[in-house]
Design a protein around this ligand. Sequence first.
Ligand SMILES: Cc1cc2nc3c(=O)[nH]c(=O)nc-3n(C[C@H](O)[C@H](O)[C@H](O)COP(=O)(O)OP(=O)(O)OC[C@H]3O[C@@H](n4cnc5c(N)ncnc54)[C@H](O)[C@@H]3O)c2cc1C
Length: 346
Amino acid sequence: MRADLITRITVCLRPFRAAGPRIEVERIGDKRVVHNYGHGGSGWSLSWGSSTIARDKAMAGGTREVAVIGCGALGLTSALLLQRAGARVTIYASERLSDTRSARATGSWSPDSRIADAARVSPDFPALWEQMARTSYAAHQTYVGQVGEPVSWRDLYLLRDKDEVERPDPPNAIDFIRLDDRLRDLVPRSHALTPDQHPFPVDEARRGTSMTFNVAELAHRLTTDFLLEGGHIETMTFHSPTDLSRLSQPVVVNCTGYGARALWNDQTITPVRGQIAWLPPQPEVRYSLSYRGVGVVPRPDGIVVQSYGDSEMFGYGIDHETPDRAEAEAAIATIAPLFARARNLP
Ligand SMILES: Cc1cc2nc3c(=O)[nH]c(=O)nc-3n(C[C@H](O)[C@H](O)[C@H](O)COP(=O)(O)OP(=O)(O)OC[C@H]3O[C@@H](n4cnc5c(N)ncnc54)[C@H](O)[C@@H]3O)c2cc1C
């Protein structure tokens, strides 16, 4: 685990909305627009569930001709679900999935990561979130065990030293809502390990099991499935909602992610910057870990090393996507000692 092995550094902006994702219908001219954006750090995790709700809203009027704007995690899952419900679907987007922000995600099941502000959500949000999370969880399971491992289960080591102090959140910090307790019956739990049960030179270790998205394979799979099942994708950029009049379809599902801030002038979207340092893939490494604010996720397309900082406010309000080499090297320096001194690592 060395900084001179970094193959690339990618940056992405989480589209955070204090009230949670926008999944609602709006009329623009002669179009019914179903919004499906603003999923913070949970877009892949909640994709199928959120898009199921968007699909039902889109199909409610009986229309069979649907346009989807956006080709990220939300756009492709919406398009596939609409198509499988009998609609003829065209995706219009500036970028295909491999160039979207979705392609720069960590690839972990994280359904309540920066999904909303506890103080700003409506009373029915927790139940809606649970519905989205359970639907998504079930859909993701159907990809486990497939060639290319689009979705897999990995051991996750949660590592801690006794000298780590929890820093108080900065003043005016968002109270990011925590909802994972609602899924206690669904998601495997972590267990404390004794020192002889793990190889890491740390004071405390827990082992859990984490659902991991091989984003490169998943992107390819979703795109291929959509096209094979009769869908079309066109490159098109929209500059304002009135541009929708260019489309022939009466129903439009808007999955523009962070792009909705500019396109829909939705100032309730706040960027939360996140960066990944990529190391070459090591197929023999099959576990994720988290240590001193750094996460490591081994994927077939590379080993993801990401700084989480000391709170979920890390990156909040920052909208630049310029790679920061010093941040990447610091993240690797934090975890390198784990491997230098680890005993009998697989
Ligand atoms: C560092 C980082 C790590 C993350 N890790 C995870 C994780 O492990 N698990 C998880 O669940 N989530 C994770 N996320 C969050 C996740 O990446 C996002 O929630 C998700 O990518 C949002 O997907 P989307 O489809 O809404 O938007 P995008 O992926 O941004 O796609 C938007 C689409 O809309 C198109 N578009 C936008 N504007 C226009 C326009 N004006 N005209 C035409 N087309 C337009 C774009 O071209 C693109 O095709 C992470 C985010 C970051 C930043």
